[in-house]
Design a protein around this ligand. Structure first.
Ligand code: PLP
Length: 448
């Protein structure tokens, strides 16, 4: 059954062999050889409500029986219209326009295009650059990668990419300015103003941020006041602010949208991953009325879109996921479960000497691994520590998500722990138990 030559047909370019999955239920996945895995990362921070939820499958079937696909330039559909309305409602109507795509990458790239079009239609066609932070990940295509600071994913394509990631991250564990909050006066946020002035605000369409930095920061979470300052600076220089919630959106941090943890509201928002919790592909770019108004008054066309955009099946699934989250009060649960998981990780930190920092919000928690707790020195990249931890955990039946974080912000080791919102406290105990055995063994291997 588990024929490795068959699996190679779809994974010819990967340097690792992965098991073939058979099925999943709740927080567990099972491979074709019967091995059980606790999904401690919801895949890539995606399977927010767990695997094979019957209520979602039923609604998926209902929609598939009606119609699974219509072309977005010929029809809209009831599920797509209802989903757009629900998302606007969830933002208390701060957002008034939704553009559906299929992946997080397409969502950030569409946000980039919407920002550029906004300024074009306002008669400022030279405003085309989208600034970002040098610890960030916004997607894998050339446009989205141009906005991403993730060094590992950029490096082969650098000559094709724009140098947009030029602003320092709010990385308090290793402050790029060697300051301490709050006496730092948010030097990292203030740097945006300097970069805008240096570049020339007449060239800048937008600034894009993940509310909590995921794949390139192991859940780096800014201090209070940071985003409020970012908002002020963007307003001062006529720069739109895009918040990339592909990873943090739809409840992951204990609020529907993570930007709600702060007082500042963005102009554009991107959603993906948890929007359908992985049941089918769908993502979205969401905009305020004022972002869209010049387009409505001008060409009346957002120049983006894909054949499968806004398809009824994925929209119905995303609605079913939202219903499930709301009917089971899962966002409220994220806060308390996250606090329980955080406390358990804190006690694990006492048992080993390689966890330098634990951070994040709700059920999006990150561990930064260091060689020396006092100096915070990272492990040499040749140790490939993140991969080793991920692999050992998987061998033991625990799935984790890798992240870059560390001394120079690009080469260090980070792990994201982000189980489905449905995880029970017993399952959290099991998760931390498996993680503890993994970390203790890794530390021994490192000579600790
Ligand atoms: N933006 C963020 C914040 C992400 O974490 C990711 C994926 O990890 C993306 C965008 C890209 O999403 P996708 O992999 O669905 O293209």
């Amino acid at each position: 059954m588990n024929d490795k030559s068959l699996s190679n047909l779809i994974k010819p370019l990967l340097n690792a062999w992965y098991p073939t999955i058979s099925h999943g239920t709740g927080v567990y996945l099972y491979d074709v050889e019967g091995k059980k895995y606790l999904d401690g990362s919801s895949g890539a921070v995606t399977a927010n409500v767990g695997h094979s939820v019957q209520e979602i499958i039923d609604k998926m079937n209902d929609q598939a029986k009606k119609v699974a696909f219509v072309y977005r330039s010929q029809f809209t559909s009831e599920p797509a219209e209802s989903l757009a309305a629900r998302l606007c409602e969830l933002s208390n109507h701060h957002f008034q326009f939704v553009f559906f795509v299929n992946s997080g990458t397409e969502a950030t790239e569409t946000a980039m295009k919407m920002a550029i079009q906004h300024w074009q239609e306002k008669g400022k066609p030279q405003k085309i650059k989208v600034l970002s932070r040098w610890m960030s990940y916004h997607g894998i295509t050339i446009g989205a990668l141009s906005m991403s600071g993730h060094a590992g994913r950029r490096k082969r394509f650098v000559p094709l990419l724009e140098e947009y990631p030029s602003v320092s991250p709010p990385y308090c564990y290793r402050c790029p300015f060697e300051k301490t909050y709050p006496s730092c006066d948010l030097a990292c946020a203030n740097e945006l103003e300097r970069v805008i002035k240096r570049t020339g605000s007449e060239q800048i369409a937008a600034f894009i941020t993940e509310p909590i930095i995921g794949a390139a920061g192991a859940a780096i979470t800014p201090p209070d006041g940071y985003y409020e300052r970012i908002r002020e600076i963007c307003d001062k220089y006529d720069v739109l602010w895009i918040v990339d919630e592909v990873m943090t959106g739809m409840g992951r941090t204990g609020k529907v949208f993570a930007y709600e943890h702060w007082k500042a509201k963005p102009d554009l928002l991107t959603l993906g991953k948890g929007l359908s919790a992985g049941y089918t592909p769908i993502a979205a770019t969401v905009a305020t009325k004022s972002v869209l108004a010049p387009v409505l008054n001008g060409s009346n066309l957002i120049m983006s879109g894909h054949t499968l955009s806004a398809n009824p099946l994925s929209s119905a699934v995303a609605l079913a996921v939202l219903d499930y989250i709301q009917n089971h009060s899962l966002i409220e649960a994220v806060e308390s479960k996250g606090a329980y998981l955080y406390a358990k990780l804190k006690s694990l930190q006492q048992q080993v000497n390689i966890i330098g920092d634990i951070r994040g919000k709700g059920l999006l928690l990150g561990l930064e691994l260091v060689q020396n707790l006092n100096s915070k020195a990272s492990f040499p990249s040749s140790f490939e520590l993140t991969s080793r931890v991920i692999q050992k955990a998987q061998d033991k039946g625990l799935l984790l998500y890798p992240s870059q974080a560390g001394e120079d912000g690009v080469e260090g080791d980070g792990i994201i722990i982000s189980p489905p919102y449905t995880i029970t406290s017993h399952e959290i105990d099991e998760l931390v138990g498996l993680l503890t055995v993994t970390m203790v063994e890794i530390e021994k291997e490192l000579g600790g």
